[in-house]
Write a protein that binds this ligand. Structure first.
Ligand code: GCO
Length: 447
């Protein structure tokens, strides 16, 4: 029996990203990206892992599309590797790289799966990093040109696009605490990087419209459910700074055309340089907002809590513990994040563009994983999605992270997020119990 039925055109999907699955890091003309460079340097990645081979998706793409077909997803979210199609980030294109994505799109369409393409999932071409990366305003126009190249090759058959994935991670982790590429430990750059990422987003959306494409274009942000530890004014203000840096700096810019005052006043001289007209570009209306949701976070004031003076604590369900990432499990938080977005910015179409968890995942002799924990996690979060729809939130789809186990950035291959187990020695794929559970949810359009 199905208790929680979803709307008929609901987009059940799964997500991946290029660097995390493709491998073939220097094959068939691909240029070096900042993730290639960063992971090839010692001590950046757990066990000195890297994405050189990853899941070898570049070579086993048809097999992976067959898995998607078996799963029954309506849509598949993946990203294009910029340096695979433009090895230097600009100039000469690499036709073989473009052909790979064309073939992927053709395969997906042949089995009725709607491609959802992310243009930037963190893998800047290294040649652009050498020119200053996202601190350099020129990267904005290089990104727009790159996007145009992809649109001209694929936008006739692809009608769902995200400019960036989680720009916060690029700005504040790539450039702030440096545990992600390009590994620059300098928060004073983070705000200029944020501004340029958003500018690149806005100008790409404008190009998309100008060229008359008729699909949907948006952006993907990560949003935790954060909340203050108490009603003490110091905690409330600490939480507000935290929230504005985590989410508000992006959403206020995208939907209100301004950066949040409290945070801007707090960071003072680190404020970005904004040229006249920039905020109008950033505010260019989008067709949907993608939200990656993973966890709940309690925030309190702490005198030595970094320059934001915040301390965080993962909030998890009673008796549940934490995922293998150490993240708190907070399904209701998803509903709260969506409600909050609607309250602040109005009735924007929303998509859960990522949601999932890393679990302990021990395979049996055949490699089969009985990942009941993942099923429980997903069911509770789907339930929040369902409640969101019942309460009138315009939620269009739900993409599970991830189709298969893959390269989890600085944590290497240790956390496993997949519905499909990847044996990293043989590169074989073995669907887990959660794969079959999700297959059933999709086929019934509910659970
Ligand atoms: C992100 C990325 C994914 C991660 C996933 C699990 O959200 O960080 O989009 O690449 O792998 O979120 O951490």
């Amino acid at each position: 029996m199905v208790n929680k039925q979803f709307p008929p055109d609901f987009l059940w999907g799964v997500s991946t990203s290029a660097y995390q699955i493709e491998g073939a890091w220097n094959e068939e003309g691909k240029g070096e990206s900042i993730w290639d460079r960063y992971s090839h340097q010692p001590n950046h990645i757990l066990n000195n892992g890297n994405g050189d081979i990853a899941c070898d998706h570049y070579h086993s793409m048809p097999q992976d599309v067959a898995l998607l077909k078996e799963l029954g997803v309506k849509s598949y979210r993946f990203s294009v590797s910029w340096s695979r199609v433009l090895p230097l980030g600009f100039g000469e294109k690499n036709q073989k790289g473009l052909d790979f994505y064309k073939k992927l799109v053709d395969e997906l369409l042949s089995v009725n799966i709607k491609p959802f393409i992310t243009l930037y999932h963190w893998d800047l071409p290294q040649a652009l990093q050498d020119r200053g990366g996202w601190v350099n305003r020129d990267t904005v126009s290089h990104f727009t040109d790159y996007a145009n190249l992809i649109f001209s090759s694929l936008a006739d058959r692809v009608d769902m696009w995200a400019t960036h994935n989680e720009p916060r991670v690029v700005s504040f982790i790539g450039y702030g605490n440096a545990t992600m590429a390009p590994g620059i430990a300098d928060f004073s750059k983070s705000y200029q990087v944020t501004h340029h990422l958003l500018l690149a987003h806005g100008s790409t959306v404008q190009e998309y419209r100008k060229n008359g494409y008729h699909g949907d274009i948006g952006i993907v942000l990560d949003s935790e459910h954060s909340f203050p530890a108490s009603f003490h004014p110091e905690d409330l203000l600490a939480w507000q700074r935290y929230y504005e840096q985590d989410t508000g700096i992006f959403t206020d810019a995208l939907f209100l055309g301004k950066y949040p005052d409290l945070l801007m006043n707090w960071i003072g001289p680190m404020q970005p340089e904004i040229k006249p007209g920039d905020m109008e570009i950033i505010r260019e209306p989008i067709d949907f907002l993608g939200i990656n949701y993973y966890r709940g976070m309690e925030v309190s004031f702490h005198q030595t809590g970094g320059y934001l003076k915040c301390k965080t604590r993962h909030e998890t369900l009673p008796m549940w513990g934490y995922t293998e990432m150490g993240w708190g499990i907070h399904p209701k938080g998803l509903l709260m994040v969506l409600k909050n977005l609607k309250e602040r910015y109005g009735d924007i179409p929303l998509v859960i563009s990522e949601s999932g968890c890393a679990t302990r995942d021990i395979g049996d002799e055949a490699g089969y994983v009985d990942d009941q924990e993942r099923i429980d996690y997903l069911r509770m979060h789907f339930e929040s999605g369902w409640h969101a729809i019942q309460s009138g939130i315009n939620l269009k789809g739900y993409y599970v992270w991830s189709l298969m186990d893959n390269f989890e950035w600085s944590q290497g291959y240790s956390p496993r997020f997949g519905l499909v187990r990847v044996n990293y020695d043989s590169l074989g794929r073995i669907p887990k119990k959660s794969f079959y559970w999700y297959q059933n949810v999709i086929s019934k359009n509910g659970f």
